[in-house]
Ligand binder design. Structure first.
Ligand code: SF4
Length: 277
């Protein structure tokens, strides 16, 4: 069986930066070190950091010193202000692409646009963007939800890991629903490149394996994009989940990984497929 790997797969710039900042904090004397939520949506990496004493908390409540790390998704700016008041040392690992989406959202609200955020309502990145827009936004995930929106001036920003195709469909609906429509495509280039190369590969192989956290939005979207091509797709976190039955009739398997998937997990899957295929 032939194994092909997507041209763009695995860690992106924002995740590499956040992991570097977290490693630096773990080696500093500003302990204890906490992250606000798991540092990335990958359980294996979170476990590695836990072994180095980096724990995650869901809020600042109960913390009395040390360092708090804001992850790539960003956070409500008031949380950072509160951490300062509490005397915590803050490491802001918000991805610059997410920070840009936050700034665009705040500016659109300031300029009087009705803000629409395209993304998953409960996702921490969207929650942070909403906080920067002082809660004055409608969050939608699919084009059908855009049918109910009407406004004079509508502004759009997008969760960085959404697909361009989904954005295109939503913009198509909103075009006829506002006198003025201002769209900031805040999908990050790492996401777009990983999605495009996953789609190209999925169209050329018999089966796709997508490696990454089941709780990772960008990895789940990669799986969906692969499935949408009609190619059988399996989303796994580690090589242990591979099943021999999946590859029994397969000549070529494609492999890709989300932006929060470490290289060693991807390589383990590739090697296992080569040995068992
Ligand atoms: Fe930043 Fe994009 Fe990576 Fe998210 S996927 S952390 S927005 S570079």
């Amino acid at each position: 069986m032939k194994v092909r790997v997507a041209e763009q797969a695995g860690y992106c710039y924002g995740v590499e930066r956040a992991l570097r900042l977290t490693s630096e904090a773990a080696e500093s004397d500003r302990k204890p070190i906490h992250t606000l939520g798991p540092i990335i949506h990958n359980p294996q990496v979170v476990e590695e950091f836990a072994a180095k004493g980096v724990r995650h908390v869901s809020s600042l409540e109960g913390l009395s010193g040390g360092t708090i790390i804001v992850r790539t998704h960003g956070v409500d700016p008031e949380v950072i202000a509160r951490a300062d008041e509490m005397g915590l040392s803050t490491v802001d690992a918000t991805c610059p692409f997410v920070a840009k989406a936050q700034q665009r959202a705040a500016a659109l609200v300031r300029d009087g646009y009705s803000l629409v955020v395209v993304g998953e309502k409960e996702h921490p990145e969207v929650v942070g963007i909403l906080a920067c827009a002082r809660g004055q936004a409608t969050v939608i995930e699919r084009a059908e939800e855009a049918q109910g929106i009407q406004g004079d001036r509508i502004g759009i920003v997008v969760q960085t890991t959404q697909s361009v195709e989904n954005l295109r469909q939503i913009v198509g609906v909103l075009l006829t629903r506002a006198a003025e429509l201002k769209v900031f495509n805040t999908i990050c280039s790492a996401t777009t490149k990983r999605q495009e190369s996953a789609k190209v590969l999925a169209e050329e192989v018999d089966m796709m394996i997508v490696v990454g956290g089941k709780n990772s939005a960008n990895t789940s979207r990669l799986s969906q994009i692969c499935r949408d091509t009609g190619t059988v797709t399996h989303h796994i976190e580690t090589a242990k989940e591979l099943r021999p039955a999946w590859t029994s009739d397969v000549e070529t398997v494609g492999v890709t990984a989300g932006a929060s998937t470490p290289e060693w997990l991807l390589q383990e899957v590739i090697e296992t497929l080569k040995v068992t295929g």
